[in-house]
Design a protein around this ligand. Structure first.
Ligand SMILES: Cc1cc2nc3c(=O)[nH]c(=O)nc-3n(C[C@H](O)[C@H](O)[C@H](O)COP(=O)(O)OP(=O)(O)OC[C@H]3O[C@@H](n4cnc5c(N)ncnc54)[C@H](O)[C@@H]3O)c2cc1C
Length: 393
């Protein structure tokens, strides 16, 4: 048998590092080391137990500088969007649950306050959230309104100088561990956002259990039972649905990169396994069928990376449109889940265990495919961009 040549990493084959500046590479490597040292040794146990020490991890992530890292001021690092994307990728190579924690904190809860909040709201929450001392969640989805948040029934009504919030939110990441919830509600003047300290009377957040996906992430219901808030709790600069949608766009951008982290981890695992596993007296990696799978997976990972970096550059230049974010989210999550499933086949039975990350990533990506706009919703966004016709209704 011919002696194998040295193997090349799929992303090296694509020359990806050539497209990433020195500073961003250094930041990426720091996050990668954190994931290797702190997350990889524990993640399978957290996932199996369906419990993750969010309170412990949040200050460590704050220290790492990834919470609200692409925002300016208020204790945030103020990095480029591309750097933020690369951090998401490394975090999701650990687990989509970890990236979800960081996305919801930075891109949903912090971004909502940073972009739409008053100076007092920013001063009160952002520095503590950037440090991971306060945890945030973002309540948009309701039991009957996911893809169509315009129909939301949560209502904020005036009571003298105050607001009173009533309603239910569902599938809320970080809900039961949050110190502050950004809650979106119907008012007489359309949809408005509210900054709700979670110790306000009438607020509760029962955790959703028995999940088979994102088990290392806290997901909760939010119950708002006559939650009374001062007028100053309303986000002054967000009017209508464009407020929450602007936040979702930020988080989706992180997913464009993040999902590829899960895919990369699956592909690396499959390559290593195929090199070590002997089948019919030779390494699995030496079979043409295996190589065809590895080649196809590498193509999709590399193309997804090129797309992510392209969108990152557009965002850094302030030229990224929401339609383009949909292109990236739809493609990269869809390909990531396909890679996770294909990589699993290479490991055979071993692939179904928590000894390897493949099924964990594949199961997690089911949620990633659904949240921040389902694949179908992004197809409709792209379809509308291409034809000018809305097919949502
Ligand atoms: C683990 C997890 C964490 C989450 N975290 C948060 C969070 O922190 N905050 C938050 O607000 N939400 C969160 N979500 C909710 C998420 O955003 C919603 O699940 C998502 O928007 C889809 O809504 P839905 O589940 O109600 O599905 P539905 O909207 O009921 O959709 C069901 C199916 O119908 C399809 N569909 C919808 N509209 C159309 C159409 N016009 N044409 C054809 N098909 C259509 C969908 O694509 C999907 O396949 C989370 C979800 C999960 C799973």
């Amino acid at each position: 048998m011919a002696k194998p040549k040295t193997s090349t990493h799929p992303l090296t084959l694509f020359g990806i590092d050539h497209l990433i500046g020195e500073e961003d590479r250094a930041m990426r490597d720091t996050v990668r080391r954190f994931v290797q040292d702190r997350i990889q040794p524990e993640i399978a146990d957290w996932y199996e137990a369906g419990s993750v020490p969010v309170r412990e991890l949040a200050p460590e992530l704050g220290n790492l500088g990834v919470l609200g890292m692409h925002l300016e001021g208020y204790g945030c690092a103020g990095t480029s969007a591309t750097a933020y994307g690369l951090a998401c990728l490394e975090l999701e190579a650990g687990d989509s649950g970890l990236r979800s924690l960081v996305s919801v904190q930075g891109s949903l809860a912090m971004f909502a306050i940073w972009q739409h909040g008053s100076e007092e709201q920013k001063q009160e929450w952002l520095p503590r959230m950037a440090a991971g001392e306060a945890i945030g969640c973002f309540g948009l989805t309701e039991p009957d309104f996911g893809s169509n948040p315009a129909g939301m029934r949560t209502r904020a009504t005036r009571s003298g100088e105050d607001w009173v919030l009533t309603g239910n939110k569902l599938w809320i990441t970080n809900g039961s561990v949050a110190d502050v919830a950004v809650v979106w509600a119907q008012t007489d003047e359309g949809v408005r956002g509210f900054v709700v300290p979670t110790d306000t009377p009438g607020f509760s957040a029962p955790e959703i259990i028995k999940k088979l996906s994102l088990r290392a992430s806290v997901t909760s219901e939010l119950v708002l039972d006559n939650v009374r808030l001062p007028d100053s709790a309303m986000l002054p600069k967000a009017t209508g649905l464009s407020g929450p949608l602007s936040c979702l766009n930020e988080a989706r951008f992180g997913i464009v990169f993040g999902s590829l982290g899960a895919a990369r981890d699956c592909l690396e695992t499959a390559i290593q396994y195929a090199e070590e596993r002997e089948i019919f007296d030779k390494p699995l990696a030496a079979y043409q069928l295996t190589q065809a799978k590895l080649a196809d997976m590498s193509l999709e990972l590399g193309k997804g990376m090129l797309l992510a970096l392209h969108l990152g550059r557009l965002k850094d230049e302030g030229k990224l449109s929401t339609d383009q974010v949909s292109l990236g989210k739809l493609n990269n999550v869809r390909e990531a889940i396909a890679i996770a499933r294909e990589a699993r086949t290479i490991l055979g039975a071993a692939g179904i265990t928590l000894e390897y990350p493949l099924m964990r990533h594949a199961n997690n990506l089911e949620s990633v495919l659904t949240y921040e706009g389902t694949s179908e919703v992004h197809q409709l966004v792209i379809g509308q961009a291409l034809t000018g016709q809305s097919a949502f209704r």
